[in-house]
Design a protein around this ligand. Structure first.
Ligand code: XMP
Length: 309
């Protein structure tokens, strides 16, 4: 791909489609949505407002990171605190696809509300080719793919602008670098749209979010130098017997997943040095009172997927 040509063509197309209208851009702080947001900002400047929805399911420190990133890039931004709303929407949902549907519905309803308040017709988002391909193949309905599963975005009251939808992750990173985004963004580890909700097997509760968030932080810290595609923790829905303070407890199980991948379509479980795995396990079980067992996932994609849900 010729990155410069891609950027020039995108800027022209965005200007043509949007003309003098205002646009809001759903930005989670990930490489895809931040690159899409910055591209639209470059095309239409002040007519773009980025929207960060705090769904309460982000990694530790993430809302602050996104707000600062957008500010540093000079992009006008709105912050929507929807933590309670998402928890409520996910309440009682056990099935992975039902959880995704609940997340998607809430996400687009909130965006629709903001679009109405800001009187905008267009919503930009960072959908990439892999999201669409996985959804169309029937692997999982990625939260940001609408038309391909028969949902007309107009039902939420707006049109969707997806400047990166023909690109895979390595190409998005090339665009991000060419646009001058910092390595904090262009080299960022992917994070799923429905966030920690799909790394909590079964029902999502605020206690479980806190557990998986802390485990994620430990895994990311201890594996950050491996150069892998995605490193994270998953909280199981069942429990196991363990020993804490010399007494039997029935506690939580965490699985650690570290994968190598180019484009997220296939992936290999990384052969992480054993000392690192041991350190992760020790930290997770020592620093988190409720966790008694830590597992490492050695399954490739396929037959597994990268995320558990
Ligand atoms: P899977 O689990 O399908 O994940 O192997 C492939 C890549 O996509 C991310 N992922 C998502 N990203 N919305 C997103 O924006 C989603 O609903 C979603 N589900 C999975 C996942 O983290 C991996 O990078």
């Amino acid at each position: 791909m010729n990155v410069r040509r891609f950027i020039e063509k995108s800027l022209k197309e965005i200007k043509e489609i949007v003309y003098e209208n205002k646009v809001i851009s759903a930005c989670s702080g990930g490489v895809d949505s931040t690159t899409a947001t910055f591209l639209v900002h470059k095309a239409i400047g002040e007519n773009l407002i980025a929207v960060f929805i705090d769904d309460g399911l982000r990694r530790e420190g993430e809302p602050e990171f996104v707000v600062k990133t957008l500010k540093d890039l000079g992009i006008k931004a709105r912050f929507v605190d929807a933590k309670e709303e998402f928890l409520e929407a996910l309440k009682g949902k056990i099935d992975a696809e039902e959880k995704r549907k609940a997340f998607r519905d809430k996400f687009y309803k909130i965006l629709g509300k903001v679009a109405k308040e800001e009187k905008v017709k267009f919503i930009a988002q960072g959908t990439i080719k892999a999201d669409i391909v996985e959804t169309v193949k029937g692997i999982k309905t990625q939260h940001n793919v609408l038309e391909q599963i028969g949902i007309n975005p107009e039902t939420y009251g707006y049109s969707i602008l997806e400047p990166l939808k023909e690109l895979y992750k390595p190409e998005v990173r090339m665009v991000a670098r060419e646009l001058g985004l910092s390595a904090d963004i262009s080299e960022r580890m992917p994070f799923p749209g429905p966030a920690l909700s799909i790394r909590i097997l079964g029902e999502v509760t605020s206690d479980k979010v806190a557990i998986v968030r802390k485990a994620t932080e430990i895994v990311e810290e201890e594996t950050k130098n491996l150069g892998t595609f995605q490193n994270f923790a998953v909280l199981h829905n069942d429990k196991a017997t363990g020993i804490k303070n010399g007494k039997r407890v029935y506690g939580n199980i965490i699985t650690v997943r570290v994968v190598v991948s180019e484009d997220a379509v296939t992936a290999k479980a990384k052969q992480v040095p054993y000392e690192i795995l041991e350190k992760v396990s020790e930290r997770i079980t020592n620093e988190m009172s409720s966790v008694v067992r830590c597992l490492y996932d050695i399954t490739h994609k396929p037959p597994a997927t990268i995320e558990f849900e």
